[in-house]
Design a protein around this ligand. Structure first.
Ligand code: 89V
Length: 343
């Protein structure tokens, strides 16, 4: 099978890691870059040997022969680029968060379905080694029927140093991190029926919320609480790890500091460490998260090659988007948000 040819749209902070992760795989080749500030695309192109660089996305699509585009731009531009791809019958990968609201996400999904082209969402958190391992351990059934779980992404990491635009967005924590953690919730525990959410802004220098707590009623009957915060100073800095505590009628599973998973049952506690792989190109402060881009890309590529379906298709991710934007609705109204499919 010959390599699939793709272009990257958007050469900001994450594009470098996305491109490096593509180079870990066989079967896909980046042949062009687009960025609205061309000098940024040129700099990335020089670093990775991609010479076709554009500041006009239509010109790139006119000139290059492509199998798909990989959209790594700000969320507000996702819909425009996805529609551009659909109009040209081109498959697209779109970075999380898929869209700035649920209706836009649904329209993006429909446009690609109508055009008969795949739309896949780059949702990498569920591909982190400790979270994949957690799912496997949970599947072994030792803790019995799950009645409650807590997923925590709490830190005081200065995320704005690398991504200053995050300070300016009106909806921050649930969109940027909640889209990941609520996706992990679905990955581990299935679909939700309803949720309630509260948000706060602790850091006075940002526009959006930096703390959010979502409590979900799952279709399985269990309760899942997602705690998200960049305002939490804890004994050990946790960024970018997601911690978990899953309680069942026969025991519990904890995913804690430094990637340890502890399973406690009547028989005692069994602990094992599941660290992510280390890549030389990854920013050491983001290790767990950036390493997960490789298996995420691998899953998306397999689908684009026609070798099965991806986990995080647009149809799948629209369900995560409903949890994100349903959380904002609940936080604003103070009411429980009921998931559309269960109304
Ligand atoms: O993956 C992301 O969206 C990042 C992170 C949560 C790692 O900070 O913003």
């Amino acid at each position: 099978m010959s390599d699939l040819r793709f272009a990257i749209f958007g050469t900001g902070y994450w594009a470098r890691f996305q491109l490096a992760a593509w180079l870990e795989l066989e079967g896909a080749r980046c042949v062009a870059l687009y960025n609205r500030t061309k000098s940024k695309a040129e700099a990335l192109g020089r670093e990775f040997g991609v010479s076709a660089v554009y500041d006009d996305p239509e010109a790139l699509l006119d000139n290059e022969t492509l199998d798909f585009i990989d959209i790594i731009t700000d969320v507000d531009t996702h819909s425009r680029f996805v529609h551009m791809a659909a109009e040209r019958g081109l498959a697209a990968i779109c970075q999380k968060p898929m869209a700035p609201d649920l209706a836009t996400a649904q329209a993006m999904k429909r446009a690609c379905e109508d055009a008969g082209v795949p739309l896949l969402i780059h949702e990498n958190f569920r591909w982190q080694t400790p979270l994949r391992s957690l799912k496997e351990v949970l599947g072994q059934g030792e803790i019995g029927e799950v009645f409650r779980a807590r997923l925590s992404f709490n830190s005081s990491f200065p995320v704005f140093d690398n991504q200053p635009f995050l300070k300016e967005i009106e909806q921050f924590m649930l969109v940027d991190v909640g889209s990941h953690v609520l996706d992990v919730t679905r990955f581990l525990f299935g679909e939700a029926e309803s949720l309630v959410c509260q948000t706060k802004r602790v850091n006075p220098e940002i526009k959006g919320e930096d703390v959010a707590t979502v409590m979900l009623q799952m279709a399985s009957g269990s309760t899942v609480v997602c705690e998200l915060s960049y305002a939490s100073r804890t004994e050990f800095e946790r960024f970018p790890q997601t911690y978990a505590l899953i309680e069942g009628d026969k025991g519990s599973i904890a995913l804690t500091q430094d990637y340890w998973i502890r399973v406690t049952t009547e028989a005692g506690t069994f602990a094992k460490r599941y660290p992510p792989p280390r890549y030389a190109w990854a920013d050491p402060e983001y290790d767990a998260v950036q390493a997960s881009i490789v298996p995420c890309n691998e899953d998306l590529l397999r689908a684009l090659q026609g070798r099965g379906s991806a986990e995080t298709t647009a149809s799948d991710n629209v369900k995560t988007m409903e949890l994100v934007y349903g959380s904002y609705e609940s936080a604003a109204s103070g009411d429980r948000y009921v998931i559309e499919a269960t109304r």
